[in-house]
Ligand binder design. Structure first.
Ligand code: AMP
Ligand code: MG
Length: 321
C-alpha cells in the first residue's frame, strides 16, 4: 500500500466510508481515525499501529448531542465540562447505557467509553461529512513518541495506511487530558493541556495514583485507564529524566552530552525525541519541569518516555531501584 499525504478531505471521507483508516490532524497529536461504529475498521486501527488489544480507543464527535446518540450516560457535570472545554483537549469517560451502540472493539470490554471533540477544522469537517463518529488513537506505532507532524505519521505508518491528511504542526503537541467523573467529582487519569487547576473551577479534582507514583513500575500499574500502563512516548534511546534544583546543577550533570533537552515544551517534546532518534542518540537527558499547571502533563510524558528512570542532578540517588 502506498501512503499518500495531502489535504483532500473528500478522499478521507470516501476512504472512511469504505471502512478504511486515515490519519487526521488534531490540535493535540495526529490521530488514526476509523468509523467508530464499524468493528472491522476498529480492528484495522489496532493492526496498523500494533496497539495492545486491551487498550480502548477515544471516540471523536462534533458535540454532546453525538454522545447522546452513542447511548452513553451524561452526568450534569460532564455536560458543564463539555460546554466549557469542547472543542478541546479534554477526554471524558462516559458510562454505557443498555442501549449503547458503541461496539466492544472500541471499549475493549469496559462498560465505559472515552469521548472528546477535537479542536481542528479538518477533523470536525471529516466527521460531519462522514455522518458517523471517528475512533482515533494517536497515529504512531504503539510505544513510540506521538506524531505531531505528518512526517512523523509517515515514518511510523508508511505502507500500513492509505492516507495522511496534512494539517501542519499540531498546536498543543501532547495527548488530551483524560478524566472520569464519579459522585460529582473529577478524577484525572491522564494529564494534558486542560490542567487540574482549570478543572477545579467546576468540581473537586483528584489525580489517579498511577500518574503520581514514580516508584510504580509499568508492569504492575493499577490505573483504571488501561493505556497508561504501557511503555509510552519512548524513543529508541535511553531517556534520563533529570530532577535539578537549578539550571547550574543540570548543566553540570549533562556536560559533554550531545542529546539534551533543558527546557522541554509541550509543542516540541515528541518531535525532539524523534529527531534525536534519527541522529542515533543512545542517551537523552531531559530536565523535568515543576509538576504544576501545564508542567504536570509534560512531567508525566517525560517520566514515561524515561520509563521512570529518574536521576537527580545533585546525584543523591535514583528512583529507579
Ligand atoms: P490514545 O488514544 O492513544 O491517546 O489513548 C487513549 C487513552 O484513553 C488511553 O490511555 C486509554 O487507556 C484511555 N481510555 C480510553 N477509553 C477508556 C475508558 N473507557 N476508560 C478508561 N480509560 C480509557
Ligand atoms: Mg497513543
Amino acid at each position: 500500500m502506498n501512503t499518500i499525504i495531502n489535504s483532500d478531505i473528500n478522499l478521507a471521507v470516501e476512504l472512511l466510508k469504505a471502512g478504511e483508516v486515515v490519519a487526521l490532524p488534531t490540535e493535540t497529536v495526529y490521530g488514526l481515525a476509523g468509523n467508530a461504529l464499524d468493528p472491522a475498521a476498529i480492528t484495522k486501527i489496532f493492526a496498523a499501529k500494533k496497539r495492545p488489544q486491551d487498550n480502548p480507543l477515544i471516540i471523536h464527535v462534533t458535540g454532546i448531542e453525538m454522545v447522546r446518540e452513542l447511548g452513553l450516560e451524561i452526568p450534569d457535570l460532564a455536560e458543564r465540562l463539555a460546554e466549557s472545554f469542547w472543542a478541546g483537549a479534554l477526554t471524558i469517560i462516559f458510562k454505557k447505557t443498555k442501549t449503547s451502540v458503541v461496539p466492544m472493539e472500541v471499549s475493549r470490554g469496559l462498560d465505559s467509553v472515552a469521548v472528546r471533540v477535537p479542536d481542528n477544522s479538518f477533523f470536525l469537517e471529516t466527521i460531519r461529512k462522514c455522518g458517523f463518529p471517528l475512533a482515533a488513537p494517536s497515529a504512531n506505532l504503539s510505544g513510540s513518541p506521538s506524531p505531531t507532524r505528518p512526517k512523523h505519521v509517515y515514518a511510523d505508518l508508511n505502507g500500513r495506511i492509505p492516507l495522511i491528511i496534512d494539517g501542519g504542526h499540531c498546536r498543543i503537541g501532547i495527548e488530551s487530558t483524560v478524566i472520569i467523573i464519579k459522585n460529582n467529582q473529577v478524577k484525572i487519569l491522564r494529564p494534558g493541556a486542560i490542567t487540574p487547576e482549570m478543572l477545579s473551577e467546576f468540581a473537586h479534582v483528584t489525580v489517579d495514583d498511577g500518574i503520581n507514583d514514580v516508584h510504580q513500575k509499568l508492569s504492575n500499574d493499577i490505573s483504571p485507564s488501561p493505556g497508561t500502563k504501557y511503555k509510552h512516548y519512548s524513543p529508541k534511546a535511553k531517556v534520563y529524566a533529570v530532577i535539578a534544583e537549578n539550571e547550574k546543577a543540570f548543566t553540570k550533570l549533562v556536560k559533554g552530552e550531545q542529546f539534551v533537552i533543558s527546557r522541554p515544551a509541550m509543542q516540541t517534546l515528541f518531535a525532539r525525541l524523534r529527531r534525536f532518534d534519527q541522529q542515533n542518540a543512545d542517551k537523552i537527558y531531559i530536565r523535568l519541569p515543576k509538576r504544576e499547571g501545564i508542567g504536570f502533563a509534560l512531567y508525566n510524558r517525560i517520566i514515561r518516555a524515561a520509563e521512570f528512570n529518574i536521576i537527580r542532578a545533585d546525584n543523591i540517588g535514583t528512583n529507579n531501584e
